[in-house]
Design a protein around this ligand. Sequence first.
Ligand SMILES: [Zn+2]
Length: 297
Amino acid sequence: MNSSILGKFRNLKVWQRGDERAPHKPLLLLLALGRYAAGSNRLIKYSEIDKPLKELLELFGPPRKSFHSEYPFWRLQNDGIWELENAEGLEARVGQTDAKKSELIRHAVSGGLTTDLFTAIQNDKTLLKQIAAELLDCSFPESLHQDILESVGLLDAIELSQRRKRDPKFREMVLQAYEYRCAICGLDLRMGGRELGLEAAHIKWHQARGPDVIENGLSLCSLHHKLFDRGAIGLSDKHFLLVSESVHGTEGLSNWLLTHLGNPIRKPQRTEYAPSVEFIAWHRKEVFRSSPRIVMS
Ligand SMILES: [Zn+2]
C-alpha cells in the first residue's frame, strides 16, 4: 500500500530538459506536509502558501531572477495527488492553461493532497515522513535535507531521508585524488586512523544524474561541502573559488571564505582528476547564488 503511494511522489517531474532543476513541486508538497504534521486542514489557501513557498524556492531552488509559487500550486493538479477548491473559471496566463497568480488570490483558491492521500497520512504518521524522505531523495543532495526539513517543520523525518547509502567507492576515489584534504581549506583532521569531517561532494548532483566519477567530485570538509551544495560558493572554469555576494556574516566569513576567494582550489594528484568544466558549469547555473564577489587586489 505505502509503496504505491510513495511511487506517486517519486514520479513527479522535477527536472527540465534533462538536468535543469525544477524543485517547485517537491518544495510545495514538503511545505504542505509540514502544515499537516502541525495539524492543518487538508486544503490550504494559496495566499498562505505563496510567501513561505517563495522563500523555500529562494533558499533551496535554482538561482533564478524570479520565483513562482503559483506554478506548482496549479500544475500539481495534473499529477493525481493534489486538488484545488474554488478553482473554476479562473482567468489563465496569456498563452498558458495555468491560472494567474492574482486570480488564485482573488478567488481564495485552496489546495491540498487528495482526500485519499490525506486520510492515509492521518492514519499512518510514518507515511508522512516516508513521503517527505522520498521527495528529498529525488531532488536534493543529503547535505541539504536537514535544512529543508527544518524550514518546513519536519525535522523528525531526517533519519528516513538519510537511509540510502551512497556508493562508498566514489567517496574513497575522490578523497584519495585530493590526498584526504579539503580542496578549499586543506583541512586534513584525523582521529585514530580515519579522516574526520571530510566528505566527497558531487559537483553535478547525483539527483541531476551527475555521475560517480572523480571529475565530478570534490574532497571537501563538512562546512565547505554544505556551502557548496547551498550555492554559497562555486568554481570558475579555471578552478578558482567563487564566493556569492549573498553570503555575509562576521565570525567565520573571512577565515572560511574570503581568505580563499580568488585562489585556485587544491590540485588533485593527476590533472585528469580535476573537476570537469561541464559539471562546474552545471553547478554555477543550477546551484551557485550569483553574483560572485569581486576579488579586491
Ligand atoms: Zn574546507
